[in-house]
Write a protein that binds this ligand. Structure first.
Ligand code: PEP
Ligand code: MN
Length: 338
């Protein structure tokens, strides 16, 4: 249940209202937004009389919340969540581009790509060190050595880094990673989500291959319930009957997630399509639909990439995508990338 307070409410009246809720044995979560103050009531609220609460002086309105997600719900938290990643603000109106290879392959590769994507305007470096591969015989990533190379690339370029975790036992290894990615295949690995809820670090949570938006938000809720509320939701395409593309980009997910939740939304046009030439039009569409960020795979030699070469952009094409993204941002009245 949520209780919206009138603007300029009396603090003493608020205190007595909170004491009353306390006596009713319901959990209280207060959110003071820029425009409104919302009291979220959690637990068993069935004994609460809505009409009685509505009649209280400082109360503007009261409503029951149908959705099973609370901390991720915009009704409880009307303002956008803004996540600070080494000074880059994700959410709340700015726009960021995370770019880099699917997998870290060598020092030369990650450092060269990091320099070139930075030059084109990327604000965060992506790179997989632990790779979830469909075949056990394929390259599985450079693991902790890959993370060390990402730290080196960050040192050289100043770009914060995002990398995927697959196992809760690796959390210590990720201590110095700026954003931890939970990949599509682990979106419902609830044990991993719970562990990530206990650390203080932004999490980029990718939508599962066949998961609904409500399931994505419930996975965010798992992490947030533990106390880690810095979650970035990622639409990366879902599996449909279509076979021309690797997945089908669900563009409607962007405005819907922004409506349902206050968490920032990033779009991954690389995994959503699997085809490098579709990355530019889908990036532009994602910006127009209201995304807060993009995550794009870029490789200096896509033909010889150890993973996801077909969907990876060359640095030159990436530069062209950034410029197209800036054109769309301008058209929709937003500031350029960064
Ligand atoms: C990736 O980002 O390289 C990746 C494996 O993504 P997803 O989990 O979306 O397939
Ligand atoms: Mn990939």
């Amino acid at each position: 249940m949520i209780v919206i307070l009138k603007n300029g409410y009396d603090e003493r009246q608020l205190e007595s209202l909170l004491n009353w809720f306390d006596g009713m044995d319901v959990g209280v979560q207060i959110n003071e937004g820029e425009q409104t103050t919302v009291i979220g009531l959690v637990g068993d609220t069935s004994a609460l009389d809505i009409e009685l609460i509505k009649a209280i002086d400082i109360v503007e309105s009261v409503s029951r919340v149908k959705e099973p997600f609370r901390k991720a719900n915009r009704k409880y938290h009307p303002d956008d969540t803004v996540i600070d990643v080494r000074g880059r603000k994700i959410g709340g109106g700015s726009f960021h581009i995370m770019a880099g290879p699917c997998s870290v392959e060598s020092e030369e590769q990650i450092c060269a790509i990091a320099e070139s994507v930075k030059e084109s305007g990327a604000t965060i470096l992506r790179g997989g060190a632990f790779k979830p591969r469909t075949s056990p015989y394929d390259f599985q990533g450079m693991k902790s050595e890959g993370l060390d190379l990402l730290f080196l690339a960050r040192e050289k370029t100043g770009l914060p880094i995002v990398s995927e975790i697959m196992n809760a036992n690796h959390i210590e290894l990720f201590e110095d990673v700026d954003i931890i990615q939970v990949g599509a295949r682990n979106m419902q690995n609830f044990e991993l989500l719970r562990e990530l809820g206990m650390i203080k670090k932004p999490i980029l949570l990718k939508r599962g291959l066949a998961n609904t938006l409500q399931e994505l938000l419930m996975s965010a809720e798992y992490i947030m319930a533990g106390g880690n509320e810095d979650i970035i939701l990622c639409e990366r395409g879902i599996r449909t009957f279509e076979t021309y593309t690797r997945n089908t980009l669900d563009l409607a997910a962007i405005p819907l997630l922004k409506e349902l939740s206050h968490l920032p939304v990033v779009v991954d046009p690389s995994h959503a399509t699997g085809i490098s030439r579709l990355v530019k039009p889908m990036s532009m569409a994602a910006v127009a639909a209201g995304a807060d960020a993009l995550i794009i795979e870029v490789h200096n030699d896509p033909k010889n990439a150890l993973c996801d070469g077909a969907q990876s952009l060359t640095p030159d094409v990436f530069a062209d995508v950034v410029s197209a993204v800036n054109d769309v941002l301008k058209a929709v009245g937003k500031l350029p990338v960064g």
